[in-house]
Every structure is written in C-alpha cells, then in structure tokens.
Design a protein around this ligand. Sequence first.
Ligand code: HEC
Ligand code: HEC
Length: 149
Amino acid sequence: MKQSLVGLVVFGLVAFAQAAPFVDAMRGPTPITATTAPPRLGNQVNDDHRLKRNYSHQPPVIPHRIDGYQVDKNFNKCLDCHAREKTAFSQASPVSETHYMDRKGAVLRHISTRRYFCKQCHVAQENVPLLVGNGFRGDPADAAPATKK
Ligand code: HEC
Ligand code: HEC
C-alpha cells in the first residue's frame, strides 16, 4: 500500500513536470546541459551623472564607460582620476576616506589594498531591459546624498 502511494506521487510529479516544463527566465529554453550566449553589451551609460544610492554604504554605480581601463598590479586607471591628489584636475569625486583605511581602521597614505580592485564593488551601467522582475525599493531616508554636485 505504502509503495503504491509513493509510486502514485512520483508518477504525479513526472506528469506535472512534463505538462509544465520549468523555464528559467534567465536561461530561456536553453537546456541545462548547454551554455547560454551572454547578451552583447556595448552601450554603457556615459553621462557622468552620479546616481542616487539606494541604501547607506551602497557602493555607488559608475556613470561612465570603463571598457579598456587597466586595473592590475602595475597600474590603476581609476585612480588616475579618482585618487585624492588627482581630482582637482579630473573633476571626478575623490574616493572616500574608507578607501584609505586598513582593516583595523587606520587611515593610510595610499589606497588600501582592500579597495584597490574597484570593480569588485563598483559597476558600470547599461540600459537594458530587466531579465527578471524586481520589486526592490531603496530606502530614500537611508540613501546617502551624493557629496558633490
Ligand atoms: C577620465 C577620468 C575618470 C576615470 C579614468 C574614471 N572615472 Fe569614475 N568618474 C569620473 C567622473 C568625471 C565622474 C562623475 C562625476 C563625479 O564623480 O563627481 C565619475 C564618477 C564615478 C563614480 C560615481 C561616484 C558617485 O558618488 O556616484 C564611480 C563609482 C566611479 N566613477 C568609479 C570609477 C571606477 C571604478 C573607475 C575605473 C574602472 C573610474 N571611475 C575611472 C571620472 C573618471
Ligand atoms: C570593497 C568594496 C569597494 C572597493 C574595492 C572600492 N570601493 Fe569605492 N566605495 C565603496 C562603498 C561601500 C562606497 C560608499 C561608502 C563609502 O564611501 O565608503 C564607495 C564610494 C566610492 C566613491 C564615492 C565617494 C564619495 O565621497 O561619494 C567613489 C568615487 C569610489 N568609491 C571609487 C572607487 C575607486 C576608484 C575604487 C578603486 C580604486 C574603489 N572605489 C574601490 C566600496 C568599494
């Protein structure tokens, strides 16, 4: 009796799976064994308008193109404009003091290694349709105002 019940449940699940195949919104109909082709990007937002943050301590998104910017152990293109000593000339906002702190909170004279690879936290934007619905609402009271402009 117990066995036939299990059988019935399994049969029901298989029938259900066949009737309504699960389609992942991001993968589309591509089978799980195949790799999806990533959409081509190439039109990054590039207006230099700083965007509002959605919550305090959010890394601000990048309002300009960054393709081709070298960031490796030899050179950091981002710091060419965003390092504190460069901003008078570049007109970019300086990286905040947190980027000069080591993990004990001591302020260093150079950028902290924890903040060296900028793209770990900051991302450029692209005007593309949403892949999946998203009802996230930032907390306007929480959003840190941009410090400049
Ligand atoms: C040629 C100069 C230049 C370079 C190189 C550059 N930026 Fe910028 N960046 C700007 C300017 C100008 C703005 C917009 C004005 C501002 O920040 O006040 C900006 C804005 C930003 C902002 C938004 C700041 C905010 O408070 O909203 C982030 C984040 C940022 N850049 C990160 C980067 C990263 C990461 C790189 C390297 C991949 C980089 N930038 C390279 C000039 C530059
Ligand atoms: C570990 C994550 C992380 C890394 C790596 C990082 N940032 Fe940030 N960044 C943040 C966060 C979080 C904020 C907002 C809070 C703050 O200022 O600390 C921020 C703020 C900024 C701002 C706005 C400053 C302001 O006063 O409004 C700029 C510009 C910026 N980062 C540029 C950079 C650049 C350039 C690099 C690489 C050299 C970098 N960041 C690396 C997390 C990061």
